[in-house]
Write a protein that binds this ligand. Structure first.
Ligand code: HEC
Ligand code: HEC
Ligand code: HEC
Ligand code: HEC
Ligand code: HEC
Ligand code: HEC
Ligand code: HEC
Ligand code: HEC
Ligand code: HEC
Length: 429
């Protein structure tokens, strides 16, 4: 009985394996009534690729077939000659040249009625925007080195932009742009740096995006636009950065620097923070040695003295904060109840944060307002921390006194028992 079952199972296994190898992936690529796919799946590498890759392509999943892009006749018999299938008379277009691709995609993507029938939310202005980008302008001049739609979205495996495997998914954008912008040979004639990706990858933004998975941190297209790729001009950088850093932008625009920077043709945020290699900030940025203010201000000037005053306001609050924090940590370590002060410490941290944020108002008064209330808070916490530590001292003395008292009682008891005569002590047992 067992033998019979094993035999049947083995035969079935061999049959399945044979069948599998007799139809290697072909059945997978075949599509009834679509002979473009059936024939192309049998061709050699590049010609077969579109047939294999199409399952990853958003167009295919929406029912858009080879003929919808290339024209021709997909109903011609597989065995028949391919010239009939790919007949220019039937609207067939072969490989589309780079310079024609944007218009080619725009046939559908610029057609609002058509696109809305698939997806009511999709934009239909990619080509219009593309034409205004440096890429689009150079392409119009016949420069084929620039990015066209398929460089960023791939060919035959164009994925939805929110598909994590898409080349334009936030985590992959920098490498997609880097294919060209980090390529010295490709970029050599343009006289622009090729270090954007490298610098960006050492930035806080990249750290948040890539290492912490925070999709709210920007990658290339968040600052340059998806299709309008151009470096933001001096006038609108505050808008680019300000989309996310709203309070920094608002303070800066209301400060006297806003106009002053424009007059000097200096970009708003980038002058102090750079564009690609944006690093963690700190009070060091205000200091005369490596600070950012001193490229325009003299330490001896009136404004220089204001800057030094701003620096010392923030620094002294920071020092108080460190002191308050270590006192409360120590008291907590020693088992005291300090949750109330820990909460106040959070308030203090946020005051310090606001003061640093207010640097973008460049107003000593505004910063002083924040550091004054911050200092009061810090002093309350420090007082509380000292109180808690002093209480530990009081408790210790109390404990010592009670220990001495207990010890004395034991001694007293011992002496008392000793004083009772021997025979009286044991007469009960
Ligand atoms: C009977 C087989 C066969 C069928 C059916 C077929 N093709 Fe082809 N196709 C080929 C071969 C072989 C080539 C390469 C020869 C050439 O470049 O002319 C090719 C080349 C192409 C090219 C590249 C042309 C170029 O200019 O480089 C495209 C695009 C293409 N096919 C699309 C299609 C589409 C769309 C259909 C369906 C309407 C289709 N094919 C049907 C065999 C076929
Ligand atoms: C969304 C539109 C679209 C669809 C759908 C599409 N193609 Fe293409 N195809 C293109 C574009 C654009 C190019 C030119 C890309 C380039 O060479 O930069 C191209 C190029 C090709 C080439 C030439 C490749 C080469 O390397 O020379 C072949 C062959 C081809 N397509 C076959 C197919 C087949 C077969 C299908 C169906 C399975 C298909 N395409 C579906 C847009 C499409
Ligand atoms: C320099 C790279 C680049 C080029 C060139 C490019 N795109 Fe995009 N495209 C993107 C990025 C990045 C996104 C947005 C991804 C996101 O939203 O996360 C995008 C989004 C899209 C979308 C999604 C719909 C939307 O919200 O806009 C479509 C459709 C699209 N592109 C089509 C095109 C077409 C058509 C062309 C050519 C005219 C083109 N793209 C050229 C990078 C590019
Ligand atoms: C025959 C019409 C047609 C052509 C030609 C065409 N597309 Fe599409 N494309 C569509 C449709 C329809 C969708 C699906 C929209 C949806 O449902 O979200 C789509 C979706 C996309 C998406 C995904 C958008 C998203 O929602 O994330 C991208 C990217 C895209 N197309 C790029 C291109 C590029 C690049 C080209 C040119 C090489 C091109 N398309 C040519 C019709 C077309
Ligand atoms: C296929 C190659 C290629 C890809 C991919 C590409 N670019 Fe470009 N890009 C170029 C070339 C070439 C130029 C022209 C340089 C010039 O004229 O200064 C350019 C120009 C630019 C410029 C204007 C620079 C200037 O001179 O002012 C910006 C900004 C830009 N690209 C951003 C991007 C971003 C962002 C991405 C990715 C979303 C990207 N590019 C993807 C090739 C590419
Ligand atoms: C936080 C915003 C931001 C991000 C992210 C960003 N850029 Fe930029 N980029 C800028 C600004 C602003 C400029 C203009 C510089 C100036 O005016 O000093 C610029 C300039 C450029 C230029 C022109 C040449 C140059 O180096 O000045 C290119 C090309 C470029 N960026 C490509 C990229 C690429 C590729 C990425 C992704 C790796 C990227 N950028 C990420 C803001 C950004
Ligand atoms: C798409 C949103 C977005 C854009 C656009 C953006 N940032 Fe950021 N930025 C973030 C996020 C998220 C962080 C990390 C979290 C944080 O510190 O707020 C960050 C961090 C920073 C930091 C570090 C702050 C610190 O904690 O020390 C600076 C400085 C900065 N960005 C400046 C800029 C400048 C300058 C620009 C424009 C050239 C810009 N950002 C554009 C979202 C953005
Ligand atoms: C004149 C130089 C200067 C300009 C211009 C400037 N910053 Fe700052 N920024 C600083 C300094 C200095 C600090 C650090 C303050 C500290 O920690 O004591 C800082 C800190 C920051 C921080 C971290 C602290 C916080 O507010 O969260 C962010 C984010 C930031 N800047 C964004 C921006 C943005 C966005 C712009 C443009 C609207 C901008 N900065 C313009 C000098 C500047
Ligand atoms: C790119 C040059 C530049 C940089 C960098 C710069 N400033 Fe200024 N600053 C100016 C100019 C120009 C004025 C005069 C503006 C006016 O009064 O119209 C000014 C004015 C001031 C004033 C006087 C404001 C008033 O109300 O009169 C203060 C305070 C000041 N800056 C602080 C700072 C601080 C703090 C930094 C660094 C975080 C800084 N500046 C970085 C150019 C600069």
């Amino acid at each position: 009985m067992m033998k019979k079952i094993t035999k049947i199972a083995l035969t079935a296994g061999v049959l399945v394996t044979l069948l599998y190898f007799a139809y290697p992936l072909k059945s997978f690529a075949q599509e009834p009534g679509n002979n473009c796919v059936t024939c192309h799946a049998d061709l050699d590498e590049t010609l077969a690729l579109p047939a294999d890759q199409r399952i990853n392509d958003i167009h295919f999943t929406r029912g858009i077939m080879c003929v919808d892009c290339h024209g021709g006749d997909s109903q011609i018999d597989h065995q028949g000659d391919f010239e009939a299938a790919m007949d220019p008379q039937k609207g067939f277009v072969g490989a589309i040249s780079r310079t024609e691709i944007p218009q080619f995609c725009d046939r559908c993507h610029g057609n609002a009625n058509y696109m809305k029938s698939f997806n009511p939310n999709i934009h239909v202005d990619q080509y219009q925007r593309y034409k205004t980008s440096v890429h689009g302008q150079k392409l119009a001049e016949g420069d084929e080195n620039v990015a066209v739609c398929t460089d960023c979205h791939a060919i035959h495996q164009m994925r939805a932009v929110n598909d994590p495997a898409s080349q334009v998914y936030p985590l992959h954008v920098s490498d997609t742009c880097g294919k060209c912008h980090s390529d010295d040979a490709r970029m050599q004639d343009y006289g622009i740096p090729t270090d954007q990706v490298e610098l960006y990858k050492s930035s806080v933004h990249y750290e948040f995006l890539e290492e912490r998975g925070d999709l709210s941190a920007p990658t290339c297209n968040d600052c340059h636009g998806n299709h309008g790729a151009a470096p933001p001009g001096v006038d609108n950088i505050n808008l680019v950065c300000g989309v996310c850093h709203i309070s920094n932008k608002d303070l800066f625009i209301r400060s006297p620097h806003f106009q002053a920077f424009q007059n000097m043709d200096m970009p708003a945020c980038v002058t102090c923070h750079s564009n690609h290699e944006i690093l963690y900030t700190g009070d060091f940025m205000l200091k005369p040695d490596d600070g950012v203010c001193w490229m325009c201000h003299d330490v001896d000037s009136e404004q220089g003295r204001t800057i030094l005053a701003i620096t010392s306001e923030i620094e002294s609050l920071n020092q108080l904060g460190i002191k308050a924090d270590s006192l409360i940590s120590l008291a907590e370590l020693k088992g005291m109840e300090v949750s109330e002060y820990k909460f106040e410490l959070l308030n203090l941290t946020s005051k310090l944060h606001i003061a640093r944020n207010l640097v973008h108002s460049f107003s000593l008064e505004a910063i002083r307002e924040e550091t004054r209330t911050g200092r009061e808070l810090a002093e309350t916490i420090i007082e509380g921390g000292n109180g808690a530590l002093a209480e530990i001292g009081i408790r210790r003395t109390g404990l010592l006194l009670s220990l001495i008292f207990i010890f004395l009682v034991i001694i007293g008891l011992y002496l008392k028992i000793k004083a009772i005569p021997q025979n009286e002590r044991y007469n009960e047992s």
